[in-house]
Design a protein around this ligand. Structure first.
Ligand SMILES: Cc1ncc(COP(=O)(O)O)c(C=O)c1O
Length: 382
């Protein structure tokens, strides 16, 4: 008789050990998910800032199901249903003049596209990025990602990248030179533990890029698609990037990334491509997602304030519904475990930070529930 293995046993035997996990979630609706034993959790992780419209948002489900009945895949050899409509929408919400879009399948891939585009259009080879910045785990996106523990085992990496202290304009000015194709920046460093840019920093970075002829590439993979209360973080500064990279919250959990680049920055035929990117299903999901975010965007700032106010004795930082609470390296996993026990999912970002990136559709009642549980978990570990 064939032996019946549990999910964990199957994974232990057949799956590469790239992830550490011990919870199986099997169902989601709105801000909640359920595990295999039927336990319900308020989900403040949201697939790591992906499920922006909540789990299985009915409008997104409807759009995906009806598209699935028409056409699932066709390749980029042909015009793809919904692709032009989505590109128009992304250019509009990005506010990038004369913008053009290239679609991909993930955040890392969006950044790969940005790297290729910057190199080919500037004719320059190198990049500058920031200490603690995260831009992905494919080889080129890893090359502009700082964290030595994940980057160094794969060296040598291309493109060459200098890493500068986040917020240090003087160091940036010295690092950017005539070989710099682009500067990669997150407005709020997500994986680093929700670290917002110092006031005036973005404007300073833009100025240096302009003076030195380097492109400003804003990585809004985590902070974009309404998470900070604007469509993109840079819209709360005076700065417009040359290229913005987008992913995570763009399609409610279907895999999609995108870059929007300003007028004059475009791939020519043959310079870039992808089999799956921007297929009919993901484009339908993204268009439906954008509509839901449009309806909820006006409340994101208030909801974020509610979190900040309710958690203020814990010194939270961030913007909108992208919030970090410093907990310390040792205490962070303990707090996350207590929250989980009490039915709230949070996760630990770098430097011992509890990260909250809930669905943008979270309700005020759910925020109250979250605050009470998080506070009690901090008290229990004090
Ligand atoms: C700012 C930022 N850029 C890029 C990425 C990579 O995105 P993906 O995991 O979809 O490749 C991430 C993922 O966490 C991110 O936070």
């Amino acid at each position: 008789m064939e032996e019946k293995l549990t999910s964990k046993e199957l994974e232990d035997r057949y799956f590469m050990k790239a992830f550490g996990r011990d919870l199986k979630l099997v169902k989601g609706s709105g801000s909640y998910v359920w595990d295999e034993d039927g336990k319900k959790y308020l989900d403040l992780v949201a697939g790591i800032a992906v499920c922006s419209t909540g789990h299985c948002n009915p409008s997104v489900v409807e759009a995906v199901c009806s598209q699935a009945k028409e056409l699932i895949h066709i390749s980029n050899l042909y015009y793809v249903p919904n692709q032009g409509e989505l590109a128009k929408k992304l250019v509009e919400i990005s506010g990038i003049p004369g913008g053009r879009v290239f679609l991909s399948n993930s955040g890392a891939e969006a950044n790969e596209g940005a790297i290729k585009l910057a190199r080919i259009r500037t004719g320059r080879k190198n990049f500058v990025a920031f200490i603690d910045g995260f831009h992905g785990r494919t080889m080129a996106s890893l090359a502009v990602t700082h964290k030595p523990a994940i980057r160094e085992p794969f060296e040598p990496l291309e493109p060459k990248c200098k890493f500068i202290k986040y917020g240090d304009l003087q160091a940036l000015s010295e690092a950017v030179d005539e070989n710099t194709a682009g500067v990669f920046i997150e407005g709020i460093q997500g994986e680093a533990g929700i670290v917002p840019a110092p006031r005036g920093f973005y404007e300073g970075v833009r100025k240096i890029c302009d003076e030195k002829g380097a492109l400003l590439i804003c990585d809004e993979v985590q902070s974009g698609m309404g998470r900070t209360g604007k469509w993109f973080y840079y819209q709360s500064t005076g700065v417009i990037p040359d290229i913005v990279s987008i992913a995570k919250g763009i399609a409610s959990g279907l895999p999609m990334g995108a870059i929007v680049a300003r007028e004059g920055l475009t791939f020519n035929p043959g310079e870039h491509g992808s089999t799956f990117a921007g297929g009919p299903l993901v484009c339908a999901a993204a268009l439906a997602t954008i509509k839901v975010i449009e309806e909820n965007l006006g409340e994101v700032t208030d909801k974020g304030r509610m979190f900040m106010e309710g958690l203020k004795e814990l010194s939270p930082r961030g913007m909108g519904l992208m919030i970090g609470i410093p907990a310390g390296e040792e205490r962070c996993p303990k707090i996350a475990a207590i929250c989980r026990e009490k039915g709230v999912l949070v996760n630990c970002a770098s430097h011992g930070t509890i990260r909250l990136v809930p669905p943008l559709t979270i309700t005020k009642e759910e925020i109250k529930e979250a605050i009470a549980v998080i506070k009690s978990a901090f008290e229990e570990t004090a």
